[in-house]
Design a protein around this ligand. Structure first.
Ligand SMILES: Nc1ncnc2c1ncn2[C@@H]1O[C@H](COP(=O)(O)OP(=O)(O)O)[C@@H](O)[C@H]1O
Ligand SMILES: [Mg+2]
Length: 281
Protein backbone atom coordinates (compact mmCIF):
# COMPACT_ATOMS: atom_id res chain seq x y z
CA UNK A 1 0.00 0.00 0.00
CA UNK A 2 1.14 3.50 -0.79
CA UNK A 3 0.36 4.85 2.68
CA UNK A 4 1.94 2.12 4.78
CA UNK A 5 4.97 4.29 5.64
CA UNK A 6 4.68 6.13 8.94
CA UNK A 7 4.28 9.83 8.46
CA UNK A 8 7.49 11.66 9.25
CA UNK A 9 5.73 15.03 9.41
CA UNK A 10 4.16 16.10 12.70
CA UNK A 11 0.34 15.95 12.65
CA UNK A 12 0.08 19.72 12.99
CA UNK A 13 1.78 20.23 9.61
CA UNK A 14 -0.74 21.58 7.08
CA UNK A 15 -1.52 19.08 4.29
CA UNK A 16 -0.69 21.22 1.29
CA UNK A 17 2.41 23.27 1.79
CA UNK A 18 3.25 25.23 -1.35
CA UNK A 19 6.86 24.04 -1.26
CA UNK A 20 5.88 20.35 -1.01
CA UNK A 21 3.73 20.62 -4.16
CA UNK A 22 5.43 23.05 -6.55
CA UNK A 23 3.34 24.45 -9.43
CA UNK A 24 5.56 22.87 -12.07
CA UNK A 25 5.27 19.33 -10.65
CA UNK A 26 1.61 18.70 -9.84
CA UNK A 27 0.65 15.42 -8.24
CA UNK A 28 0.07 12.76 -10.90
CA UNK A 29 -3.28 11.02 -10.55
CA UNK A 30 -2.73 8.77 -13.56
CA UNK A 31 0.61 7.78 -14.95
CA UNK A 32 1.02 5.63 -18.06
CA UNK A 33 4.52 4.28 -18.71
CA UNK A 34 5.85 2.60 -21.88
CA UNK A 35 2.57 0.87 -22.60
CA UNK A 36 2.26 -1.52 -25.54
CA UNK A 37 -1.17 -2.88 -26.39
CA UNK A 38 -1.97 -5.32 -29.20
CA UNK A 39 -4.96 -6.50 -31.23
CA UNK A 40 -3.75 -10.02 -31.91
CA UNK A 41 -0.41 -9.55 -33.67
CA UNK A 42 -1.00 -5.83 -34.35
CA UNK A 43 0.68 -3.42 -31.95
CA UNK A 44 -1.77 -0.49 -31.67
CA UNK A 45 0.03 1.38 -28.88
CA UNK A 46 3.80 1.51 -29.22
CA UNK A 47 5.35 2.50 -25.93
CA UNK A 48 3.06 5.31 -24.79
CA UNK A 49 3.85 7.32 -21.65
CA UNK A 50 1.68 10.12 -20.33
CA UNK A 51 0.70 11.81 -17.08
CA UNK A 52 -2.58 13.22 -15.88
CA UNK A 53 -2.09 15.54 -12.90
CA UNK A 54 -4.84 15.66 -10.30
CA UNK A 55 -7.50 18.27 -11.02
CA UNK A 56 -6.47 18.86 -14.63
CA UNK A 57 -7.85 18.13 -18.08
CA UNK A 58 -5.27 16.40 -20.27
CA UNK A 59 -5.91 15.66 -23.93
CA UNK A 60 -4.53 13.17 -26.43
CA UNK A 61 -4.93 14.37 -30.00
CA UNK A 62 -4.69 12.10 -32.98
CA UNK A 63 -6.21 11.23 -36.32
CA UNK A 64 -8.52 8.29 -36.85
CA UNK A 65 -6.65 5.06 -36.11
CA UNK A 66 -3.84 6.73 -34.14
CA UNK A 67 -4.62 4.62 -31.07
CA UNK A 68 -6.58 7.03 -28.87
CA UNK A 69 -9.36 4.58 -28.02
CA UNK A 70 -6.82 1.85 -27.31
CA UNK A 71 -5.10 4.08 -24.73
CA UNK A 72 -8.37 4.65 -22.89
CA UNK A 73 -9.30 0.95 -23.09
CA UNK A 74 -5.93 0.08 -21.62
CA UNK A 75 -6.43 2.50 -18.71
CA UNK A 76 -9.99 1.31 -17.99
CA UNK A 77 -9.05 -2.37 -18.11
CA UNK A 78 -11.03 -3.24 -21.25
CA UNK A 79 -7.67 -4.21 -22.81
CA UNK A 80 -4.56 -5.53 -21.11
CA UNK A 81 -1.21 -4.11 -22.17
CA UNK A 82 1.54 -6.51 -23.17
CA UNK A 83 4.13 -4.20 -21.64
CA UNK A 84 4.27 -1.13 -19.45
CA UNK A 85 2.42 0.14 -16.41
CA UNK A 86 -0.71 2.13 -15.64
CA UNK A 87 -0.52 3.74 -12.20
CA UNK A 88 -3.58 5.33 -10.61
CA UNK A 89 -3.31 7.06 -7.22
CA UNK A 90 0.02 5.35 -6.68
CA UNK A 91 -1.14 1.80 -7.41
CA UNK A 92 -0.44 -0.21 -10.56
CA UNK A 93 -3.76 -1.14 -12.15
CA UNK A 94 -2.80 -2.55 -15.56
CA UNK A 95 -4.43 -5.91 -16.19
CA UNK A 96 -7.27 -5.31 -13.69
CA UNK A 97 -10.75 -5.92 -15.05
CA UNK A 98 -12.96 -3.01 -16.08
CA UNK A 99 -15.36 -3.58 -13.21
CA UNK A 100 -12.55 -3.28 -10.64
CA UNK A 101 -11.22 -0.15 -12.31
CA UNK A 102 -14.69 1.43 -12.39
CA UNK A 103 -15.22 0.70 -8.71
CA UNK A 104 -11.91 2.31 -7.88
CA UNK A 105 -12.69 5.72 -9.28
CA UNK A 106 -12.14 5.70 -13.04
CA UNK A 107 -15.19 6.22 -15.28
CA UNK A 108 -14.88 5.50 -18.99
CA UNK A 109 -17.20 7.34 -21.38
CA UNK A 110 -16.71 5.18 -24.48
CA UNK A 111 -16.54 6.23 -28.10
CA UNK A 112 -20.02 6.30 -29.62
CA UNK A 113 -21.75 6.86 -26.23
CA UNK A 114 -23.06 3.29 -25.76
CA UNK A 115 -26.11 4.17 -23.69
CA UNK A 116 -28.67 1.42 -23.06
CA UNK A 117 -31.25 2.27 -25.76
CA UNK A 118 -34.18 0.33 -24.28
CA UNK A 119 -33.73 1.65 -20.76
CA UNK A 120 -35.07 5.04 -19.77
CA UNK A 121 -32.79 8.01 -19.24
CA UNK A 122 -33.25 7.65 -15.49
CA UNK A 123 -32.48 3.91 -15.57
CA UNK A 124 -29.33 4.64 -17.57
CA UNK A 125 -28.24 7.15 -14.94
CA UNK A 126 -28.92 4.70 -12.12
CA UNK A 127 -26.80 2.09 -13.94
CA UNK A 128 -23.93 4.53 -13.55
CA UNK A 129 -24.34 4.36 -9.80
CA UNK A 130 -24.50 0.55 -9.63
CA UNK A 131 -21.25 0.28 -7.72
CA UNK A 132 -22.50 2.70 -5.11
CA UNK A 133 -24.59 2.18 -2.05
CA UNK A 134 -26.68 4.65 -0.10
CA UNK A 135 -29.84 5.90 -1.75
CA UNK A 136 -29.81 9.49 -0.44
CA UNK A 137 -26.41 10.13 -2.06
CA UNK A 138 -27.63 8.65 -5.35
CA UNK A 139 -30.68 10.92 -5.26
CA UNK A 140 -28.41 13.88 -4.59
CA UNK A 141 -26.22 12.95 -7.53
CA UNK A 142 -29.25 12.64 -9.80
CA UNK A 143 -30.07 16.23 -8.85
CA UNK A 144 -26.46 17.22 -9.47
CA UNK A 145 -26.33 15.73 -12.99
CA UNK A 146 -29.76 17.16 -13.82
CA UNK A 147 -28.31 20.55 -12.86
CA UNK A 148 -25.63 20.17 -15.53
CA UNK A 149 -27.90 18.47 -18.06
CA UNK A 150 -31.47 19.75 -17.52
CA UNK A 151 -32.62 17.98 -20.69
CA UNK A 152 -31.99 14.63 -18.98
CA UNK A 153 -34.42 15.63 -16.24
CA UNK A 154 -37.02 16.56 -18.85
CA UNK A 155 -36.50 13.28 -20.70
CA UNK A 156 -36.17 11.19 -17.54
CA UNK A 157 -38.85 8.63 -18.43
CA UNK A 158 -38.02 8.37 -22.12
CA UNK A 159 -36.09 5.46 -23.63
CA UNK A 160 -32.50 6.54 -24.25
CA UNK A 161 -32.61 5.23 -27.83
CA UNK A 162 -34.97 8.06 -28.74
CA UNK A 163 -32.57 10.81 -27.62
CA UNK A 164 -30.60 12.80 -30.20
CA UNK A 165 -26.87 12.14 -30.61
CA UNK A 166 -26.01 15.17 -28.48
CA UNK A 167 -28.42 14.14 -25.74
CA UNK A 168 -27.02 10.61 -25.76
CA UNK A 169 -23.52 12.04 -25.34
CA UNK A 170 -24.78 14.08 -22.40
CA UNK A 171 -26.38 10.96 -20.94
CA UNK A 172 -23.14 9.00 -21.34
CA UNK A 173 -21.18 11.70 -19.49
CA UNK A 174 -23.89 12.05 -16.84
CA UNK A 175 -24.00 8.28 -16.31
CA UNK A 176 -20.25 8.23 -15.77
CA UNK A 177 -20.61 11.09 -13.31
CA UNK A 178 -23.10 9.07 -11.26
CA UNK A 179 -20.23 6.79 -10.25
CA UNK A 180 -18.58 9.80 -8.55
CA UNK A 181 -15.29 9.16 -10.38
CA UNK A 182 -12.02 10.85 -9.55
CA UNK A 183 -10.85 10.36 -13.13
CA UNK A 184 -13.04 10.46 -16.21
CA UNK A 185 -11.90 9.04 -19.56
CA UNK A 186 -13.68 10.78 -22.43
CA UNK A 187 -13.46 9.19 -25.88
CA UNK A 188 -14.21 11.74 -28.61
CA UNK A 189 -17.26 13.41 -27.07
CA UNK A 190 -17.44 15.69 -30.15
CA UNK A 191 -17.88 12.83 -32.62
CA UNK A 192 -20.81 13.40 -34.97
CA UNK A 193 -22.17 16.47 -33.16
CA UNK A 194 -22.90 19.94 -34.52
CA UNK A 195 -20.42 22.71 -33.64
CA UNK A 196 -22.93 24.34 -31.27
CA UNK A 197 -23.51 21.11 -29.37
CA UNK A 198 -19.78 20.42 -29.26
CA UNK A 199 -19.24 23.83 -27.69
CA UNK A 200 -21.99 23.21 -25.16
CA UNK A 201 -20.65 19.78 -24.18
CA UNK A 202 -17.07 21.01 -23.82
CA UNK A 203 -18.34 23.90 -21.70
CA UNK A 204 -19.97 21.38 -19.37
CA UNK A 205 -16.82 19.22 -19.33
CA UNK A 206 -14.85 22.26 -18.19
CA UNK A 207 -17.42 23.07 -15.49
CA UNK A 208 -17.41 19.48 -14.21
CA UNK A 209 -13.65 19.71 -13.90
CA UNK A 210 -13.73 23.04 -12.09
CA UNK A 211 -16.83 22.58 -9.92
CA UNK A 212 -16.84 18.84 -9.21
CA UNK A 213 -13.08 18.46 -9.22
CA UNK A 214 -13.14 15.57 -11.71
CA UNK A 215 -9.79 15.01 -13.41
CA UNK A 216 -10.20 14.28 -17.12
CA UNK A 217 -8.30 12.41 -19.81
CA UNK A 218 -9.89 13.49 -23.07
CA UNK A 219 -9.03 11.95 -26.44
CA UNK A 220 -10.10 13.88 -29.51
CA UNK A 221 -9.75 14.40 -33.24
CA UNK A 222 -11.24 17.86 -32.73
CA UNK A 223 -7.91 19.49 -31.87
CA UNK A 224 -9.28 22.99 -31.65
CA UNK A 225 -11.92 22.22 -29.04
CA UNK A 226 -9.65 19.87 -27.09
CA UNK A 227 -6.78 22.37 -26.92
CA UNK A 228 -9.14 25.12 -25.73
CA UNK A 229 -10.48 22.85 -22.99
CA UNK A 230 -7.43 20.99 -21.69
CA UNK A 231 -4.33 22.35 -20.00
CA UNK A 232 -1.80 19.83 -21.33
CA UNK A 233 -1.82 17.88 -24.59
CA UNK A 234 -0.14 14.90 -26.22
CA UNK A 235 -0.10 14.26 -29.97
CA UNK A 236 -0.43 10.61 -30.97
CA UNK A 237 0.52 9.27 -34.38
CA UNK A 238 0.46 5.59 -35.33
CA UNK A 239 0.49 4.52 -31.71
CA UNK A 240 3.33 6.80 -30.57
CA UNK A 241 3.40 10.12 -28.74
CA UNK A 242 5.23 12.47 -31.11
CA UNK A 243 4.80 15.74 -29.25
CA UNK A 244 3.54 17.04 -25.92
CA UNK A 245 3.25 20.47 -24.37
CA UNK A 246 1.01 22.96 -22.59
CA UNK A 247 -2.12 23.40 -24.74
CA UNK A 248 -1.47 27.13 -25.18
CA UNK A 249 1.88 26.28 -26.74
CA UNK A 250 0.45 23.50 -28.92
CA UNK A 251 -2.13 25.97 -30.27
CA UNK A 252 0.77 28.16 -31.40
CA UNK A 253 2.82 25.31 -32.85
CA UNK A 254 3.28 25.51 -36.62
CA UNK A 255 2.81 21.76 -37.15
CA UNK A 256 -0.28 21.57 -34.95
CA UNK A 257 -1.80 24.58 -36.70
CA UNK A 258 -1.15 23.11 -40.10
CA UNK A 259 -2.03 19.45 -39.57
CA UNK A 260 -4.58 19.51 -36.76
CA UNK A 261 -6.19 22.94 -36.91
CA UNK A 262 -6.17 23.35 -40.69
CA UNK A 263 -4.60 26.80 -40.52
CA UNK A 264 -2.50 27.65 -43.59
CA UNK A 265 1.01 28.83 -42.90
CA UNK A 266 0.95 31.21 -45.85
CA UNK A 267 -1.77 31.86 -48.37
CA UNK A 268 0.25 31.51 -51.58
CA UNK A 269 -2.21 30.39 -54.21
CA UNK A 270 -1.69 27.00 -55.70
CA UNK A 271 0.82 25.93 -53.11
CA UNK A 272 0.20 22.28 -52.26
CA UNK A 273 0.83 22.59 -48.56
CA UNK A 274 -0.66 19.16 -47.85
CA UNK A 275 2.23 17.64 -49.76
CA UNK A 276 4.63 18.87 -47.12
CA UNK A 277 5.91 16.00 -45.02
CA UNK A 278 5.34 16.14 -41.32
CA UNK A 279 8.59 16.82 -39.54
CA UNK A 280 8.07 15.80 -35.93
CA UNK A 281 11.14 15.75 -33.76
N1 LIG B 1 -10.74 -4.63 -32.85
C1 LIG B 1 -9.63 -4.36 -33.54
N2 LIG B 1 -8.94 -5.33 -34.18
C2 LIG B 1 -7.81 -5.07 -34.86
N3 LIG B 1 -7.24 -3.85 -34.95
C3 LIG B 1 -7.88 -2.85 -34.33
C4 LIG B 1 -9.08 -3.04 -33.60
N4 LIG B 1 -9.48 -1.85 -33.07
C5 LIG B 1 -8.55 -0.96 -33.48
N5 LIG B 1 -7.61 -1.55 -34.23
C6 LIG B 1 -6.43 -0.90 -34.83
O1 LIG B 1 -5.65 -0.30 -33.81
C7 LIG B 1 -5.20 0.98 -34.19
C8 LIG B 1 -5.67 2.00 -33.18
O2 LIG B 1 -7.07 2.04 -33.14
P1 LIG B 1 -7.88 2.99 -32.18
O3 LIG B 1 -7.29 2.94 -30.82
O4 LIG B 1 -9.33 2.64 -32.30
O5 LIG B 1 -7.60 4.43 -32.82
P2 LIG B 1 -8.37 5.82 -32.63
O6 LIG B 1 -9.26 5.71 -31.45
O7 LIG B 1 -7.28 6.83 -32.48
O8 LIG B 1 -9.14 6.03 -33.91
C9 LIG B 1 -5.75 1.22 -35.59
O9 LIG B 1 -4.75 0.93 -36.51
C10 LIG B 1 -6.90 0.25 -35.70
O10 LIG B 1 -7.05 -0.16 -37.03
MG1 LIG C 1 -11.27 5.98 -31.32
Amino acid sequence: MANSQPRSQPESQPESQPESQPESQPESLLSVRNVETYYGPIMAIRGVSLDVPKGRIVTVLGANGAGKTTILKTVSGVMDPQKGTVTFEGDEIQGRDPDWVARHGIAHVPEGREVFPFLTVRENLLMGAYARSGRPAVAEDLDMVHGYFPILDERSGQQAGYLSGGQQQMLAIARALMARPRLMLLDEPSLGLSPILVKEIFGIIRRLNEEQGVTMLLVEQNANMALQTASYGYVLELGRIVMDDECGRLLESEDIREFYLGVKKDAVRGKKRWRRKKTWR
